[in-house]
Design a protein around this ligand. Structure first.
Ligand SMILES: *[C@@H]1O[C@H](CO)[C@@H](O)[C@H](O)[C@H]1NC(C)=O
Ligand SMILES: *[C@@H]1O[C@H](CO)[C@@H](O)[C@H](O)[C@H]1NC(C)=O
Length: 474
Protein backbone atom coordinates (compact mmCIF):
# COMPACT_ATOMS: atom_id res chain seq x y z
CA UNK A 1 0.00 0.00 0.00
CA UNK A 2 2.69 2.42 1.09
CA UNK A 3 4.68 1.69 -2.00
CA UNK A 4 1.70 2.50 -4.20
CA UNK A 5 1.12 5.81 -2.36
CA UNK A 6 4.78 6.82 -2.74
CA UNK A 7 4.63 5.95 -6.37
CA UNK A 8 1.49 8.03 -6.81
CA UNK A 9 3.04 10.98 -5.03
CA UNK A 10 6.14 10.73 -7.17
CA UNK A 11 3.97 10.66 -10.24
CA UNK A 12 2.07 13.70 -9.06
CA UNK A 13 5.24 15.68 -8.42
CA UNK A 14 6.59 14.57 -11.77
CA UNK A 15 3.45 15.80 -13.49
CA UNK A 16 3.50 19.13 -11.69
CA UNK A 17 7.13 19.62 -12.71
CA UNK A 18 6.26 18.74 -16.29
CA UNK A 19 3.37 21.16 -16.16
CA UNK A 20 5.53 23.94 -14.81
CA UNK A 21 8.30 23.47 -17.37
CA UNK A 22 5.71 23.26 -20.09
CA UNK A 23 4.22 26.53 -18.92
CA UNK A 24 7.60 28.15 -18.76
CA UNK A 25 8.56 27.26 -22.29
CA UNK A 26 5.17 27.91 -23.82
CA UNK A 27 4.70 31.23 -22.07
CA UNK A 28 1.27 32.25 -21.00
CA UNK A 29 -0.16 35.60 -21.88
CA UNK A 30 -0.38 37.95 -18.91
CA UNK A 31 2.28 36.28 -16.74
CA UNK A 32 5.22 38.58 -17.26
CA UNK A 33 3.69 42.00 -17.80
CA UNK A 34 -0.03 41.79 -17.15
CA UNK A 35 -2.80 42.16 -19.70
CA UNK A 36 -0.89 44.21 -22.24
CA UNK A 37 -2.40 44.84 -25.64
CA UNK A 38 -1.67 46.59 -28.91
CA UNK A 39 -3.50 49.03 -31.19
CA UNK A 40 -2.64 51.43 -33.95
CA UNK A 41 -2.13 54.99 -32.83
CA UNK A 42 -5.43 56.14 -34.33
CA UNK A 43 -7.18 53.53 -32.20
CA UNK A 44 -8.24 51.33 -35.09
CA UNK A 45 -6.98 47.87 -35.86
CA UNK A 46 -6.59 48.24 -39.59
CA UNK A 47 -4.06 50.17 -41.61
CA UNK A 48 -3.33 50.38 -45.32
CA UNK A 49 0.04 50.68 -47.01
CA UNK A 50 1.07 50.44 -50.64
CA UNK A 51 3.72 48.27 -52.20
CA UNK A 52 6.96 50.18 -52.27
CA UNK A 53 10.70 49.74 -52.16
CA UNK A 54 10.85 52.39 -49.47
CA UNK A 55 10.31 51.60 -45.84
CA UNK A 56 6.92 52.78 -44.62
CA UNK A 57 5.84 53.29 -41.05
CA UNK A 58 2.79 52.35 -39.04
CA UNK A 59 2.23 53.95 -35.67
CA UNK A 60 1.83 51.33 -33.04
CA UNK A 61 0.81 51.55 -29.39
CA UNK A 62 1.62 48.91 -26.80
CA UNK A 63 -0.41 49.73 -23.76
CA UNK A 64 -1.35 48.52 -20.33
CA UNK A 65 2.06 46.94 -19.62
CA UNK A 66 2.61 46.01 -15.99
CA UNK A 67 6.25 46.56 -14.99
CA UNK A 68 5.89 45.58 -11.34
CA UNK A 69 7.12 41.99 -11.77
CA UNK A 70 10.60 43.34 -12.43
CA UNK A 71 11.33 40.74 -15.12
CA UNK A 72 13.61 41.89 -17.91
CA UNK A 73 11.97 41.65 -21.29
CA UNK A 74 11.60 43.30 -24.65
CA UNK A 75 8.91 43.44 -27.31
CA UNK A 76 9.29 42.33 -30.90
CA UNK A 77 6.96 43.33 -33.75
CA UNK A 78 6.25 40.72 -36.43
CA UNK A 79 4.28 40.46 -39.66
CA UNK A 80 2.40 37.18 -39.99
CA UNK A 81 3.06 36.70 -43.69
CA UNK A 82 6.69 37.45 -44.58
CA UNK A 83 5.83 37.13 -48.28
CA UNK A 84 3.67 40.25 -48.01
CA UNK A 85 5.65 42.37 -45.59
CA UNK A 86 8.53 42.16 -43.19
CA UNK A 87 9.04 44.05 -39.98
CA UNK A 88 12.12 44.28 -37.82
CA UNK A 89 11.49 46.20 -34.66
CA UNK A 90 12.56 45.58 -31.11
CA UNK A 91 11.31 47.67 -28.21
CA UNK A 92 13.28 47.51 -24.96
CA UNK A 93 11.64 47.53 -21.56
CA UNK A 94 13.41 50.83 -20.80
CA UNK A 95 11.56 52.56 -23.65
CA UNK A 96 8.24 52.10 -21.89
CA UNK A 97 6.85 54.97 -19.87
CA UNK A 98 4.04 55.65 -17.45
CA UNK A 99 1.95 53.43 -15.17
CA UNK A 100 0.58 51.22 -16.47
CA UNK A 101 3.44 51.53 -18.89
CA UNK A 102 2.99 52.04 -22.59
CA UNK A 103 5.03 52.65 -25.71
CA UNK A 104 4.08 54.34 -28.90
CA UNK A 105 6.03 55.04 -32.02
CA UNK A 106 6.63 54.23 -35.63
CA UNK A 107 7.30 50.67 -36.73
CA UNK A 108 9.14 50.26 -40.07
CA UNK A 109 7.42 47.98 -42.59
CA UNK A 110 8.94 46.73 -45.81
CA UNK A 111 6.05 45.83 -48.13
CA UNK A 112 6.47 43.17 -50.78
CA UNK A 113 3.17 41.94 -52.21
CA UNK A 114 -0.43 43.12 -52.13
CA UNK A 115 -2.92 41.37 -49.89
CA UNK A 116 -3.95 41.06 -46.28
CA UNK A 117 -1.65 40.22 -43.44
CA UNK A 118 -1.45 41.11 -39.79
CA UNK A 119 0.94 42.61 -37.30
CA UNK A 120 1.47 41.02 -33.92
CA UNK A 121 3.82 41.71 -31.07
CA UNK A 122 5.66 39.23 -28.91
CA UNK A 123 7.01 39.81 -25.46
CA UNK A 124 10.26 37.89 -24.94
CA UNK A 125 12.01 37.68 -21.63
CA UNK A 126 15.69 38.48 -21.94
CA UNK A 127 16.78 35.06 -20.73
CA UNK A 128 14.79 33.56 -23.60
CA UNK A 129 12.75 31.39 -21.25
CA UNK A 130 9.42 33.03 -21.77
CA UNK A 131 7.53 34.51 -24.69
CA UNK A 132 4.03 35.90 -24.93
CA UNK A 133 2.10 36.86 -27.98
CA UNK A 134 -0.23 39.86 -28.11
CA UNK A 135 -3.84 38.80 -27.58
CA UNK A 136 -4.95 40.47 -30.81
CA UNK A 137 -3.44 40.95 -34.23
CA UNK A 138 -3.73 44.22 -36.13
CA UNK A 139 -4.71 44.01 -39.77
CA UNK A 140 -2.28 45.31 -42.36
CA UNK A 141 -3.67 45.88 -45.85
CA UNK A 142 -1.16 46.21 -48.65
CA UNK A 143 -2.45 47.71 -51.88
CA UNK A 144 -0.87 48.22 -55.26
CA UNK A 145 0.13 51.65 -56.46
CA UNK A 146 -0.64 53.35 -59.77
CA UNK A 147 -4.25 53.35 -60.60
CA UNK A 148 -4.28 56.11 -63.18
CA UNK A 149 -3.71 53.79 -66.14
CA UNK A 150 -6.65 51.72 -64.98
CA UNK A 151 -9.01 54.68 -65.13
CA UNK A 152 -7.83 55.51 -68.63
CA UNK A 153 -8.24 51.87 -69.51
CA UNK A 154 -11.79 51.76 -68.15
CA UNK A 155 -12.86 54.72 -70.29
CA UNK A 156 -11.15 53.43 -73.41
CA UNK A 157 -12.69 50.02 -72.90
CA UNK A 158 -16.18 51.48 -72.50
CA UNK A 159 -15.81 53.62 -75.61
CA UNK A 160 -14.58 50.69 -77.68
CA UNK A 161 -17.36 48.44 -76.37
CA UNK A 162 -19.99 50.99 -77.35
CA UNK A 163 -18.48 51.28 -80.82
CA UNK A 164 -18.65 47.54 -81.11
CA UNK A 165 -22.30 47.41 -80.13
CA UNK A 166 -23.05 50.24 -82.53
CA UNK A 167 -21.59 48.08 -85.22
CA UNK A 168 -23.51 45.03 -84.06
CA UNK A 169 -26.72 47.04 -84.21
CA UNK A 170 -25.80 47.76 -87.80
CA UNK A 171 -25.67 44.10 -88.76
CA UNK A 172 -28.86 43.21 -86.92
CA UNK A 173 -31.49 42.15 -89.42
CA UNK A 174 -34.89 43.47 -88.37
CA UNK A 175 -36.86 40.83 -90.26
CA UNK A 176 -34.90 38.05 -88.65
CA UNK A 177 -35.17 39.72 -85.27
CA UNK A 178 -38.95 39.82 -85.64
CA UNK A 179 -39.01 36.13 -86.49
CA UNK A 180 -36.86 35.39 -83.43
CA UNK A 181 -39.10 37.43 -81.17
CA UNK A 182 -42.30 35.86 -82.48
CA UNK A 183 -40.98 32.40 -81.64
CA UNK A 184 -38.76 33.23 -78.69
CA UNK A 185 -37.90 29.65 -77.80
CA UNK A 186 -34.21 29.94 -78.71
CA UNK A 187 -33.82 33.29 -76.93
CA UNK A 188 -35.55 31.84 -73.87
CA UNK A 189 -33.23 28.85 -73.81
CA UNK A 190 -30.26 31.21 -74.15
CA UNK A 191 -31.59 33.24 -71.26
CA UNK A 192 -32.07 30.19 -69.04
CA UNK A 193 -28.68 28.67 -69.80
CA UNK A 194 -26.99 32.01 -69.10
CA UNK A 195 -28.83 32.89 -65.93
CA UNK A 196 -29.78 29.55 -64.42
CA UNK A 197 -27.42 26.90 -65.75
CA UNK A 198 -24.20 28.96 -65.59
CA UNK A 199 -24.62 30.39 -62.07
CA UNK A 200 -25.56 26.97 -60.73
CA UNK A 201 -22.53 25.49 -62.47
CA UNK A 202 -20.32 28.21 -60.98
CA UNK A 203 -21.60 27.47 -57.50
CA UNK A 204 -21.10 23.72 -57.93
CA UNK A 205 -17.62 24.09 -59.47
CA UNK A 206 -16.72 26.61 -56.78
CA UNK A 207 -17.67 24.07 -54.12
CA UNK A 208 -15.39 21.50 -55.74
CA UNK A 209 -12.34 23.68 -56.28
CA UNK A 210 -12.57 26.92 -54.30
CA UNK A 211 -14.52 25.89 -51.23
CA UNK A 212 -12.03 27.46 -48.83
CA UNK A 213 -11.96 30.82 -50.57
CA UNK A 214 -15.30 32.56 -50.50
CA UNK A 215 -14.04 35.56 -52.43
CA UNK A 216 -12.75 33.45 -55.29
CA UNK A 217 -15.97 31.47 -55.26
CA UNK A 218 -17.91 34.70 -55.57
CA UNK A 219 -15.62 35.88 -58.38
CA UNK A 220 -16.37 32.67 -60.27
CA UNK A 221 -20.05 33.26 -59.72
CA UNK A 222 -19.84 36.84 -61.06
CA UNK A 223 -17.94 35.53 -64.07
CA UNK A 224 -20.69 33.03 -64.83
CA UNK A 225 -23.42 35.61 -64.32
CA UNK A 226 -22.00 38.32 -66.56
CA UNK A 227 -23.57 38.73 -69.99
CA UNK A 228 -21.25 37.56 -72.72
CA UNK A 229 -20.96 40.79 -74.71
CA UNK A 230 -19.54 41.44 -78.13
CA UNK A 231 -17.00 38.66 -78.21
CA UNK A 232 -19.71 35.99 -78.25
CA UNK A 233 -21.26 37.64 -81.30
CA UNK A 234 -17.95 37.54 -83.08
CA UNK A 235 -17.42 33.89 -82.11
CA UNK A 236 -20.91 33.11 -83.40
CA UNK A 237 -19.99 34.73 -86.71
CA UNK A 238 -16.76 32.75 -87.01
CA UNK A 239 -18.44 29.47 -86.07
CA UNK A 240 -21.24 30.20 -88.54
CA UNK A 241 -23.97 30.28 -85.95
CA UNK A 242 -27.11 32.40 -86.10
CA UNK A 243 -25.78 35.96 -85.78
CA UNK A 244 -29.16 37.58 -85.28
CA UNK A 245 -30.04 35.16 -82.51
CA UNK A 246 -26.65 35.86 -80.99
CA UNK A 247 -27.15 39.62 -80.97
CA UNK A 248 -30.74 39.30 -79.77
CA UNK A 249 -29.62 37.05 -76.91
CA UNK A 250 -26.79 39.42 -75.96
CA UNK A 251 -29.13 42.40 -75.92
CA UNK A 252 -31.86 40.68 -73.95
CA UNK A 253 -29.43 39.12 -71.49
CA UNK A 254 -27.67 42.43 -70.91
CA UNK A 255 -30.99 44.09 -70.15
CA UNK A 256 -32.22 41.25 -68.00
CA UNK A 257 -28.99 41.24 -66.03
CA UNK A 258 -30.37 44.28 -64.21
CA UNK A 259 -33.15 42.18 -62.76
CA UNK A 260 -31.18 38.95 -62.46
CA UNK A 261 -28.11 40.31 -60.67
CA UNK A 262 -29.95 41.62 -57.61
CA UNK A 263 -32.11 38.52 -57.49
CA UNK A 264 -29.22 36.06 -57.54
CA UNK A 265 -27.10 38.12 -55.21
CA UNK A 266 -29.97 38.42 -52.76
CA UNK A 267 -30.44 34.66 -52.83
CA UNK A 268 -26.73 33.97 -52.41
CA UNK A 269 -26.03 36.49 -49.69
CA UNK A 270 -28.84 34.91 -47.69
CA UNK A 271 -27.65 31.35 -48.26
CA UNK A 272 -24.02 30.77 -49.25
CA UNK A 273 -22.01 33.95 -48.85
CA UNK A 274 -23.52 34.84 -45.52
CA UNK A 275 -20.46 36.58 -44.14
CA UNK A 276 -19.49 38.55 -47.21
CA UNK A 277 -20.41 42.19 -47.33
CA UNK A 278 -21.49 43.13 -50.81
CA UNK A 279 -22.11 46.45 -52.35
CA UNK A 280 -23.42 45.81 -55.83
CA UNK A 281 -23.08 48.75 -58.24
CA UNK A 282 -26.59 48.58 -59.67
CA UNK A 283 -26.54 52.14 -60.92
CA UNK A 284 -23.37 51.53 -62.92
CA UNK A 285 -24.83 48.31 -64.28
CA UNK A 286 -28.01 50.08 -65.29
CA UNK A 287 -25.95 52.76 -67.01
CA UNK A 288 -23.93 50.17 -68.94
CA UNK A 289 -27.02 48.27 -70.05
CA UNK A 290 -28.70 51.48 -71.16
CA UNK A 291 -25.63 52.61 -73.10
CA UNK A 292 -25.48 49.22 -74.75
CA UNK A 293 -29.10 49.38 -75.86
CA UNK A 294 -28.67 52.93 -77.15
CA UNK A 295 -25.62 51.88 -79.16
CA UNK A 296 -27.46 48.95 -80.71
CA UNK A 297 -30.51 51.10 -81.45
CA UNK A 298 -28.32 53.74 -83.05
CA UNK A 299 -26.70 51.11 -85.24
CA UNK A 300 -30.11 49.81 -86.28
CA UNK A 301 -31.38 53.31 -87.08
CA UNK A 302 -28.30 54.03 -89.15
CA UNK A 303 -28.91 50.83 -91.05
CA UNK A 304 -32.53 51.78 -91.75
CA UNK A 305 -32.03 55.41 -92.70
CA UNK A 306 -28.59 55.39 -94.28
CA UNK A 307 -28.32 51.88 -95.66
CA UNK A 308 -25.71 52.66 -98.29
CA UNK A 309 -23.33 54.68 -96.16
CA UNK A 310 -23.83 52.30 -93.27
CA UNK A 311 -23.03 49.24 -95.35
CA UNK A 312 -19.90 50.97 -96.57
CA UNK A 313 -18.74 52.09 -93.15
CA UNK A 314 -19.59 48.82 -91.48
CA UNK A 315 -17.54 46.90 -93.98
CA UNK A 316 -14.48 48.59 -92.50
CA UNK A 317 -15.82 48.51 -89.00
CA UNK A 318 -16.22 44.76 -88.85
CA UNK A 319 -12.58 43.73 -89.00
CA UNK A 320 -11.94 46.69 -86.74
CA UNK A 321 -14.45 45.25 -84.26
CA UNK A 322 -12.77 41.88 -84.13
CA UNK A 323 -9.44 43.58 -83.54
CA UNK A 324 -10.99 45.82 -80.90
CA UNK A 325 -12.41 42.96 -78.88
CA UNK A 326 -9.13 41.07 -79.02
CA UNK A 327 -7.29 44.29 -78.22
CA UNK A 328 -9.56 44.84 -75.23
CA UNK A 329 -8.72 41.40 -73.92
CA UNK A 330 -5.02 42.03 -74.43
CA UNK A 331 -5.31 45.36 -72.62
CA UNK A 332 -7.23 43.87 -69.72
CA UNK A 333 -4.73 41.06 -69.37
CA UNK A 334 -1.79 43.45 -69.71
CA UNK A 335 -3.00 45.90 -67.10
CA UNK A 336 -3.96 43.14 -64.70
CA UNK A 337 -0.89 41.02 -65.38
CA UNK A 338 0.03 41.26 -61.70
CA UNK A 339 -2.98 39.07 -60.97
CA UNK A 340 -1.35 36.03 -62.56
CA UNK A 341 0.81 35.68 -59.48
CA UNK A 342 -2.37 34.66 -57.68
CA UNK A 343 -3.12 31.85 -60.12
CA UNK A 344 -3.24 28.41 -58.52
CA UNK A 345 -4.02 25.01 -59.99
CA UNK A 346 -7.43 25.01 -58.37
CA UNK A 347 -8.36 28.41 -59.79
CA UNK A 348 -7.21 27.28 -63.21
CA UNK A 349 -9.30 24.11 -63.07
CA UNK A 350 -12.38 25.97 -61.88
CA UNK A 351 -11.94 28.55 -64.64
CA UNK A 352 -11.50 25.74 -67.17
CA UNK A 353 -14.48 23.63 -66.20
CA UNK A 354 -16.90 26.54 -66.10
CA UNK A 355 -16.84 27.35 -69.86
CA UNK A 356 -16.41 23.72 -70.94
CA UNK A 357 -19.34 22.39 -68.89
CA UNK A 358 -21.34 25.48 -69.85
CA UNK A 359 -20.75 24.89 -73.54
CA UNK A 360 -21.59 21.22 -73.68
CA UNK A 361 -24.51 21.33 -71.26
CA UNK A 362 -26.19 24.24 -73.00
CA UNK A 363 -25.62 22.64 -76.41
CA UNK A 364 -27.22 19.45 -75.09
CA UNK A 365 -30.15 21.31 -73.58
CA UNK A 366 -30.78 23.30 -76.76
CA UNK A 367 -30.59 20.12 -78.83
CA UNK A 368 -32.97 18.32 -76.48
CA UNK A 369 -35.43 21.17 -76.90
CA UNK A 370 -35.23 20.70 -80.66
CA UNK A 371 -33.29 23.78 -81.66
CA UNK A 372 -31.59 23.72 -85.05
CA UNK A 373 -27.87 22.95 -85.02
CA UNK A 374 -27.01 26.59 -85.78
CA UNK A 375 -29.25 27.86 -82.98
CA UNK A 376 -27.91 25.32 -80.50
CA UNK A 377 -24.38 26.32 -81.42
CA UNK A 378 -25.23 29.99 -81.02
CA UNK A 379 -26.86 29.42 -77.64
CA UNK A 380 -23.91 27.45 -76.34
CA UNK A 381 -21.47 30.07 -77.63
CA UNK A 382 -23.52 32.84 -76.01
CA UNK A 383 -23.56 30.87 -72.77
CA UNK A 384 -19.96 29.79 -72.56
CA UNK A 385 -17.97 32.71 -73.97
CA UNK A 386 -17.17 34.57 -70.79
CA UNK A 387 -16.71 38.27 -70.47
CA UNK A 388 -13.95 39.63 -68.26
CA UNK A 389 -14.79 43.32 -68.23
CA UNK A 390 -18.13 43.07 -66.41
CA UNK A 391 -17.02 40.71 -63.61
CA UNK A 392 -13.86 42.77 -63.07
CA UNK A 393 -16.00 45.87 -62.73
CA UNK A 394 -18.31 44.03 -60.34
CA UNK A 395 -15.43 42.79 -58.21
CA UNK A 396 -13.86 46.23 -58.06
CA UNK A 397 -17.14 47.70 -56.88
CA UNK A 398 -18.15 44.96 -54.48
CA UNK A 399 -14.81 44.42 -52.78
CA UNK A 400 -12.16 46.76 -51.46
CA UNK A 401 -9.31 47.21 -53.92
CA UNK A 402 -7.01 44.64 -52.37
CA UNK A 403 -9.63 41.89 -52.30
CA UNK A 404 -10.59 42.80 -55.86
CA UNK A 405 -6.94 42.54 -56.92
CA UNK A 406 -6.72 39.13 -55.31
CA UNK A 407 -9.78 37.79 -57.14
CA UNK A 408 -9.35 39.37 -60.60
CA UNK A 409 -7.51 36.29 -61.76
CA UNK A 410 -10.72 34.25 -61.78
CA UNK A 411 -12.63 36.18 -64.50
CA UNK A 412 -9.43 36.71 -66.49
CA UNK A 413 -8.50 33.03 -66.53
CA UNK A 414 -12.06 31.94 -67.20
CA UNK A 415 -12.47 34.37 -70.10
CA UNK A 416 -9.13 33.35 -71.62
CA UNK A 417 -10.05 29.69 -71.24
CA UNK A 418 -13.41 30.23 -72.91
CA UNK A 419 -11.68 32.01 -75.79
CA UNK A 420 -9.14 29.19 -76.12
CA UNK A 421 -12.03 26.73 -76.15
CA UNK A 422 -13.67 28.67 -79.00
CA UNK A 423 -10.43 28.58 -80.97
CA UNK A 424 -10.17 24.82 -80.42
CA UNK A 425 -13.78 24.31 -81.51
CA UNK A 426 -13.24 26.50 -84.57
CA UNK A 427 -10.08 24.61 -85.51
CA UNK A 428 -11.77 21.23 -85.09
CA UNK A 429 -14.71 22.35 -87.19
CA UNK A 430 -12.41 23.64 -89.92
CA UNK A 431 -10.29 20.50 -89.93
CA UNK A 432 -13.29 18.19 -90.22
CA UNK A 433 -15.07 20.49 -92.62
CA UNK A 434 -17.97 21.04 -90.24
CA UNK A 435 -17.75 24.80 -90.25
CA UNK A 436 -20.54 25.17 -92.77
CA UNK A 437 -23.31 27.66 -92.80
CA UNK A 438 -26.15 25.56 -91.43
CA UNK A 439 -28.71 28.29 -91.38
CA UNK A 440 -28.85 29.99 -94.75
CA UNK A 441 -31.30 32.67 -93.71
CA UNK A 442 -29.16 33.82 -90.86
CA UNK A 443 -26.66 35.12 -93.35
CA UNK A 444 -29.09 36.91 -95.62
CA UNK A 445 -27.25 40.06 -94.77
CA UNK A 446 -23.81 38.69 -95.10
CA UNK A 447 -21.55 39.41 -92.23
CA UNK A 448 -18.00 39.22 -93.36
CA UNK A 449 -15.68 39.79 -90.51
CA UNK A 450 -11.98 39.37 -91.02
CA UNK A 451 -12.26 37.21 -94.09
CA UNK A 452 -9.75 34.44 -94.16
CA UNK A 453 -7.68 33.24 -97.09
CA UNK A 454 -9.80 31.32 -99.59
CA UNK A 455 -12.98 32.74 -98.14
CA UNK A 456 -12.17 36.29 -99.04
CA UNK A 457 -13.37 36.18 -102.62
CA UNK A 458 -16.40 34.07 -101.87
CA UNK A 459 -17.50 36.30 -99.04
CA UNK A 460 -17.11 39.52 -100.95
CA UNK A 461 -19.13 38.07 -103.81
CA UNK A 462 -21.85 36.84 -101.48
CA UNK A 463 -22.02 40.13 -99.63
CA UNK A 464 -22.17 41.96 -102.91
CA UNK A 465 -25.06 39.79 -104.03
CA UNK A 466 -26.95 40.28 -100.79
CA UNK A 467 -26.26 43.98 -100.96
CA UNK A 468 -27.71 44.01 -104.48
CA UNK A 469 -30.73 42.08 -103.21
CA UNK A 470 -31.17 44.60 -100.47
CA UNK A 471 -31.08 47.41 -102.97
CA UNK A 472 -33.68 45.77 -105.19
CA UNK A 473 -35.81 45.10 -102.19
CA UNK A 474 -35.65 48.75 -101.22
C1 LIG B 1 -6.96 44.29 -27.22
O1 LIG B 1 -7.32 45.49 -27.93
C2 LIG B 1 -8.31 45.35 -28.91
C3 LIG B 1 -8.48 46.68 -29.59
O2 LIG B 1 -7.33 47.03 -30.24
C4 LIG B 1 -9.60 44.89 -28.26
O3 LIG B 1 -10.57 44.69 -29.25
C5 LIG B 1 -9.35 43.56 -27.54
O4 LIG B 1 -10.50 43.16 -26.88
C6 LIG B 1 -8.20 43.72 -26.57
N1 LIG B 1 -7.90 42.40 -26.04
C7 LIG B 1 -7.75 42.16 -24.73
C8 LIG B 1 -7.49 40.76 -24.35
O5 LIG B 1 -7.85 43.06 -23.91
C1 LIG C 1 10.49 36.04 -29.18
O1 LIG C 1 9.36 35.17 -29.11
C2 LIG C 1 8.77 34.84 -30.33
C3 LIG C 1 7.53 34.00 -30.05
O2 LIG C 1 7.83 32.83 -29.36
C4 LIG C 1 9.77 34.12 -31.21
O3 LIG C 1 9.20 33.80 -32.45
C5 LIG C 1 10.99 34.99 -31.40
O4 LIG C 1 11.96 34.30 -32.16
C6 LIG C 1 11.55 35.40 -30.07
N1 LIG C 1 12.65 36.32 -30.30
C7 LIG C 1 13.92 36.04 -29.99
C8 LIG C 1 14.94 37.07 -30.29
O5 LIG C 1 14.22 34.97 -29.51
Amino acid sequence: MKQVATFNRARLIFMVVICLTYREVQGQYGQVAGAWNITYQDGGNEQQLTISNDIQYVDLVIHNVDLTSGADFYFEVHASDPKLASIEKRIERSELTGTPASWQGPVPVQTRHFGFTSIYVTLNTSDGANAERSPDDLTLIIARRDRLDEKIFAYTASALLLLMFLNLGGVLDLERLKAIMLRPIAVTIGFCTSYILMPVLAIAIGYCFLAKHQELHLALFFTALSPSGGLANICAIFLKGNVNLSIATTTINSLMSLAIFPLWILILVRTIFTNTELDVPFLDLAGSALALVCAIALGMLARIFLPKTTAYIFRFLKPFCACVSLGLIAMTVGINAFAFKELTGMIYLAALFLPICGYFLSYGIAKLLRCSAADALTISVETSVLNMTVPIMLLQHCFDEVRADMTLIVPITAALNSLAMMIVIYTVRRIFGWNKNLDGDAFASKVELISFDEHIKEEIIVSHISYQNEKTAL
